[in-house]
Design a protein around this ligand. Structure first.
Ligand code: CAA
Length: 414
């Protein structure tokens, strides 16, 4: 029992752990090798009610929050990082509808996703617009009752497997703050095609593809939220809710690799004793476990802040970015150290830890590189620092000659 979890999150975590041991871990290596979508696992996820964890009850979901979603992602990723994202990316794709969709859009799409009958993906990034998410060039021309989408998307996780896509495109090129709109596109819409699938280092069981729109026409009831110009905001709000999920994926990966390292080091004999008896190995294990736990608690704190909302007084955007950057850096370090502890065996594909390391790398990149997360954190910090103005009285600043220190000096007290 983790006291930082709500009773509901605790229940989901236990359920997901059991699921992961039974259905995910045994097939993780197979799907990594085949680079195929694990349809059998997805069906089991749906059967066990996991596909609707984050979807409100009135739309057929389980009514859970970001914390519930995170603990499920963590446990799936503990068995397989690729399957962690194969699951979590449906939350990324559906958050724009949950946060910004019209009532009719929610009623049409969310129950299908919650039941696992339909999969969904998120189409934001482009060849020329990765970190600069506002620099999109895909166009969505709204004319009468029709939206025509033209352009290409890059790195769409779940693309091809998904039936529904929340796509972001420029609808109002002249507008400064309301250039972008969200459009819901379905597989089979005329002019919409799934492009090249990438050959990836890790998360190999889930497709990452290009999307092509060539005069793709859909009716205006597919305009996200029914109004133009809110796409960037909806995309950013979505990323706030989804980034703790990437962080949870990283915690699960790191925990999974750590557990293999713990078992291996107690069984590997060198110099006549298990290598876990050596202090240098113990130090590595202790540091790995400490960093995983610190990351986990930060992820839970970010998820709780998102569930509580900004009115609760925290800054969920900042915490989500902090959790994402910290947990994913920890995952990279811990999985690399797990390979190190397994030595020559760790480097071989017969052993599970090199896959954790390959799967971990992308978590530092997607849903905003960790450089972007640091930018988000720094912007929030500098804004919050306005409230620290009173501290100026206690330090000599160039524009503040009358500080308390100066006064104390003048009075011979310092
Ligand atoms: N919530 C609500 N609104 C927000 C917001 C947030 N978190 N962040 C910004 N906004 C709003 C701002 O208030 C501002 O609104 P106004 O114009 O009304 O003032 C507007 O959006 C523009 O904000 P910024 O000036 O901060 O925007 P920017 O251009 O400087 O970009 C950025 C900021 C943080 C760098 C952003 O571009 C970003 O997050 N980039 C990374 C994108 C990303 O994560 N891409 C990954 C996509 S998904 C993926 O990886 C593939 C996959 O399938 C898994």
């Amino acid at each position: 029992m983790d006291p930082s979890l709500t009773p509901s999150a605790q229940t989901w975590k236990e359920k997901a752990r059991e699921f992961s041991e039974r259905f995910v871990r045994p097939v993780a290596a197979k799907y990594d090798r085949l680079q195929e979508y694990p349809w059998e696992v997805k069906s089991k996820l749906a059967e066990h009610g996991f596909m609707g964890v984050w979807i409100p009850k009135e739309y057929g979901g389980q009514g859970g929050g970001v914390l519930d979603l995170c603990v499920v992602v963590e446990e799936i990723a503990r068995g397989c990082g690729g399957m962690g994202v194969m699951y979590a990316v449906n939350a990324l794709g559906s958050f724009p509808i949950i946060l910004g969709g019209t009532e009719a859009q929610k009623r049409k799409y969310l129950p299908e996703i919650a039941a696992g009958r339909k999969l969904i993906a998120f189409g934001l990034s482009e060849r020329g617009a990765g970190s600069d998410a506002g620099g999109l060039s895909t166009r969505a021309v709204v004319d009468g009752g029709t939206i025509t989408v033209d352009g290409d998307k890059k790195w769409t996780t779940n693309g091809g497997a998904a039936d529904v896509y929340t796509v972001f495109a420029v609808s109002d090129p002249e507008s400064r703050s309301r250039r972008i709109s969200g459009v819901i596109v379905e597989k089979g819409d005329p002019g919409f095609e799934i492009g090249r699938a990438e050959d990836k280092m890790g998360i190999r069981c889930v497709p990452v593809v290009e999307l092509h729109f060539r005069g793709c026409k859909v009716s205006t009831d597919r305009l996200l939220g029914g109004e133009r110009g809110y796409g960037f905001k909806h995309a950013m709000m979505t990323l706030d809710c989804a980034r703790p999920g990437v962080a949870a994926q990283a915690v699960g990966l790191a925990q999974g690799a750590l557990e293999y390292a713990l078992v291996y080091t107690q069984n590997r004999q060198q110099f006549g004793q298990p290598i876990s008896s050596f202090q240098m190995v113990q130090q590595m294990l202790a540091d790995m476990a400490t960093r995983v736990e610190a990351a986990r608690q930060l992820v839970y704190a970010a998820a709780r802040a998102l569930d509580a909302g900004p009115s609760a007084g925290g800054n969920p955007t900042k915490l989500a970015a902090q959790a994402k950057l910290f947990a994913t850096d920890v995952a990279m370090e811990v999985t690399t150290n797990a390979v190190q502890l397994l030595g020559g065996y760790g480097y071989m594909r017969d052993y599970p830890v090199e896959k954790y390391m390959r799967d971990a790398k992308i978590t530092q990149i997607y849903e905003g590189t960790n450089q972007v997360q640091r930018l988000v954190v720094a912007r929030a910090l500098l804004k919050e620092a306005m409230g620290l103005d009173g501290l100026k009285a206690y330090m000599p600043l160039p524009d503040h000659p009358n500080t308390a220190l100066d006064r104390d000096r003048a009075a011979g007290r310092a």
